[in-house]
Design a binder for this molecule. Structure first.
Ligand code: ADP
Ligand code: MG
Length: 264
């Protein structure tokens, strides 16, 4: 797996040195978890390149909750998909700290990147993305099995489903659940393999307001409450008050929101 060191003056990844330990440069007591370096993404449209994200360089810190705002089509999902390794950038890198090393996921093969994501990242989508042919319990157990942690997975998944209030629905199929219940299953699934990093793409965007509020509280309790890093794309203005940092995706760039003192 590719490993890079980080230049302590810039916090940017520099040369690749396999096995080099990750330094602990931090904001306050928080070490850097993700570094985006010159990250760009363009899509080809009718033979022309359509830039979505342009040379974004940014650090995200362990344990923080970052809210990502931006108009529809501004590139929020694109950015999250690059950070999770679902998508590949046109240029630049995404470097994530794991097990004391900085791993450049953009330098990995597709298979390495998939394995990395299964092991270290949890994702919550707007439309839940549960597997319809699997029960609630099986949906939550799956990431553990894919990450090679099958032993004890059933009990662990059942305990998590209990925490999200669905302990009595283990054998139910997703289509029998309400939207809010499906998102609770999706939250349990995103957390079942105990990832450090959780990416949420408009997780309340398809829920009514009060269901959205309760799903959001649950997500925050299970992520922030457990010291995990949460990066959430959202349109919900109230989230800005809860986040450690508020960023906007605008014209292909990340911009710090006014009024929040912390930032890159
Ligand atoms: P947001 O999540 O902020 O609504 P997206 O990241 O989904 O925005 O999309 C940003 C831009 O990239 C949009 O103009 C969208 O049409 C374009 N885009 C996203 N995915 C693709 C794709 N697979 N192919 C071509 N264009 C895409
Ligand atoms: Mg989106």
């Amino acid at each position: 797996m590719p490993v890079v060191t980080v230049d302590k003056n810039t916090l940017r990844p520099s040369e690749k040195i396999s096995g080099a330990p990750a330094p602990t440069f931090a904001r306050g007591d928080k070490p850097v978890l993700i570094t985006l370096d010159g990250l760009s993404k363009a899509y080809m449209e009718a033979g022309r390149s359509h830039p979505v994200l342009e040379t974004i360089s940014w650090d995200f810190y362990e344990g923080e909750f970052v809210a990502l705002f931006g108009k529809s089509g501004s590139g929020k999902s694109t950015l999250l998909n690059l950070m999770s390794g679902i998508d590949k950038p046109s240029a630049g890198s995404v470097v994530i700290r794991q097990n004391g090393h900085m791993a450049d996921i953009t330098a990995m093969t597709d298979r390495e990147r998939t394995l990395f994501r299964r092991e270290h990242i949890g994702i919550v989508f707007q439309f839940f993305n549960l597997i319809p042919t699997l029960t609630v319990l099986e949906n939550v157990t799956l990431p553990l099995e894919l990450a090679g942690r099958g032993r004890g997975s059933r009990d662990h998944a059942a305990a998590l489903l209990e925490r999200v209030g669905l302990g009595d629905r283990l054998g139910t199929y997703p289509d029998k659940l309400s939207g809010g219940e499906q998102q609770r299953v999706a939250i349990a699934r995103a957390l079942s393999h105990d990832p450090l990093l959780i990416l949420a793409d408009e997780p309340t965007g398809n829920l009514d307001e009060s269901t959205g509020d309760s799903v959001l509280s649950l997500l925050l309790e299970l992520t922030r409450g457990a010291g995990k890093t949460l990066i959430m794309a959202t349109h919900a203005p109230e989230i800005a008050h809860m986040a450690d940092r508020v960023l906007h995706v605008e014209h292909g760039k990340l911009i710090k929101a006014k009024g929040k003192t912390q930032g890159n």
